[in-house]
Design a binder for this molecule. Sequence first.
Ligand code: SF4
Length: 423
Amino acid sequence: MTNCEKGFFVNLHAPYDLVYIKLPDSEYTFDKSGRLMWIIKDDAKIERNLNNKFVLKSDIGFDYLYKKNRVLSYNESWELYKNILHEIQFILNTMKSEPHCSKNCDVYKHEKDIIPFLEKIISYDFEALLRDEQNFNSIYSPIEIFPSDIPHPIIVQLTQGCSYNKCTFCYFYKNRCFKIKNLEELQRHIFEIKEFLGDSIFNKRSIFLGDANALTIEYSLLISMLDIVRKEFPIVQNYYNENRFILQKNKSNKTRFDGIYSFIDAMDDRKLTLNQFKELKKRNLEKIYIGLESGSNRVLSFIKKCNTVEQLINITQTIKQADIKVGIMIIAGIGGDKYYNEHVNETIKVIEKLNLNTEDTINFSHLVLSDKASYKQDIIKNGIKKLTYDQEQHQIDEIVTGLKISTTYFPNIRGYEVENVRF
Ligand code: SF4
């Protein structure tokens, strides 16, 4: 692909069915509906979420470690977006007023398709972005946490909130009642999601079942819900090439998804059996994320987690026997200085018992103290000090380097940021 001599480049067929635009000082990526996805400028990356939050990403440390992000204010977002539209308008004006390129570059070869797309972007003004925000917030209850390694997901909230809601460190769903949608509500929810996404659906690759523990839904209802989800979002395994980049649309130009993802909690009273997990696997449940938080039972008891380590090991092994991948969520710094070594050593022991392999992930987050959660008061009462950011980082390193797992089976290590999730 060649750049245009006029200093810009447009690729309408970038990976993940996105549109990539490059100018001398900036790079922009849009989806097929003209929604801005992200910007790279001055070595910084700014992502735009579907709820219209612009998030400045800054990578710190190794790639599996924490990415500390910041949500831009409305004024900052607007200024930024104005400049983007200005630059897109410049390309559009140039292509219209100078309809030839002496080098016959790739941009001008595709002029007939590029010009309407640039016009589509221009029509997506800040008011349209604000409408996006309102629509998004009317379709979804706030999305609080979400694993960052799920490939381009559509979130479908089968439930809202958390059925347990008592972990002391967790502030996500406080003051929110747990609710399971009925089948009509789910159908309407999916209809609204599709209406909202429009052509944005083309860059989506997977389905995430929200919120915190959708798999606690009574089994037969869960199966009916999954059948609706699969009918509305057809899933074809291995539909994408091995890089999961290229969407191969069928003749009717419909998009396909390659799997369903969800959280689960290891609550014993809602245990799914091996056969039930196998049925879920047949219904394309690809991967389940489990909140281990810590491998120490004393830490789990301190944070009032709903399960013991042994229960978590059992459920993980059952899930793996059903050939479903797992993502193990661990919180760096949980238990503070008092439990520092115990958290590291016991977590290593538990991970080693889980028989993870390269398709599984260990997802680390840093501990976030919130006034909405009682953990902050609990550590003060117990004279426990919160670890510093660097100590937590060090704890992650100690856990990862302490694992005695053959490199052939070593799971993927990922960091995820609890605040400012991307969707
Ligand atoms: S950590 Fe998970 S199970 Fe515990 S209250 Fe929060 S969402 Fe619920």
